[in-house]
Design a binder for this molecule. Structure first.
Ligand code: MN
Length: 249
């Protein structure tokens, strides 16, 4: 098995090294990751210029592109043989509820949806690396056992790990995504040359975080795992639209 490892925190982030170390002896692992932090770029592709893969002394490949660029190139021409599976992370910071809309970590896994093995995205609920060993252990355990898993094609598994030592983790919970309220207002700033700008602020508070949600599980000390589907069709809205369209044209 050949695993393509990517992330959105960048090729020099401690989380991707921890993930690589956790998986290195169970599969052939290739790391292709953005040369700098690309958190929050979601599934963007770079289309206005060529991309330049750059091998680093540790064997990782740095790319001057987005997380999706990394996986897209990795699965479509850059790597021979083509990897069988994509694993993304370990992100420093949660990807819970609405976060998955913006997450480059989740996006990298989504770009791996055409592989016939499930794609994983791993996120640790901290911006500090202290509990990366916990997340690495969880990642290793889940990836190691993925062959026993039967899933519909194009399933992506998003995993969030509480910021705790391993012996404080209470277990793994299968969760739906919760929801956040609106993000905090952008912060207006004036630069030293007098130009006004806005700095996008932090994610909103948890609005739907009750039992069954990813927010609830991680707050209780459980790892959350949420299967993501990529068909964004809103089936329940069909009925309302059906009547509305009738006779419009
Ligand atoms: Mn990130």
């Amino acid at each position: 098995m050949r695993i393509l490892i990517a992330n959105d925190d960048g090729v020099y982030a401690p989380g991707i090294a921890a993930l690589h170390d956790a998986l290195a002896d169970m599969a052939e692992c290739v790391v292709v990751a953005p040369i700098k932090d690309m958190s929050g770029v979601s599934s963007s592709l770079t289309l206005d210029r060529p991309l330049h893969p750059q091998p680093l002394p540790n064997g990782f490949i740095a790319l001057d592109g987005t997380p999706t660029d990394c996986v897209h190139l990795g699965l479509n021409g850059l790597l021979e043989p083509v990897p069988d599976m994509v694993v993304s992370g370990i992100n420093l910071g949660a990807n819970l509820g609405d976060d998955v809309l913006y997450s480059g970590t989740v996006a990298a896994a989504i770009e791996g949806r055409f592989c016939n093995r499930p794609a994983f995205a791993f996120s640790l609920l901290s911006h500090q690396p202290d509990n990366l060993p916990t997340a690495a252990h969880i990642a290793r355990t889940l990836v190691e056992h993925h062959e026993r898993l039967e899933l519909p094609p194009r399933t992506v598994l998003s995993v969030n790990i509480p910021n705790l030592p391993l012996d404080h983790i209470r277990g793994i919970r299968l969760c739906r995504l919760g929801h956040r309220a609106r993000a905090k207002a952008p912060v207006r700033m004036v630069n030293p040359r007098g130009r006004e700008g806005y700095w996008i602020s932090v994610a909103g508070d948890v609005e739907d975080g009750g039992p069954g949600t990813d927010f609830h599980a991680v707050m209780q000390g459980y790892v959350s795992i949420t299967p993501l589907q990529l068909d964004r069709t809103f089936h329940e809205a069909f009925a309302g639209l059906d009547g509305w369209l009738e006779g419009l044209l």
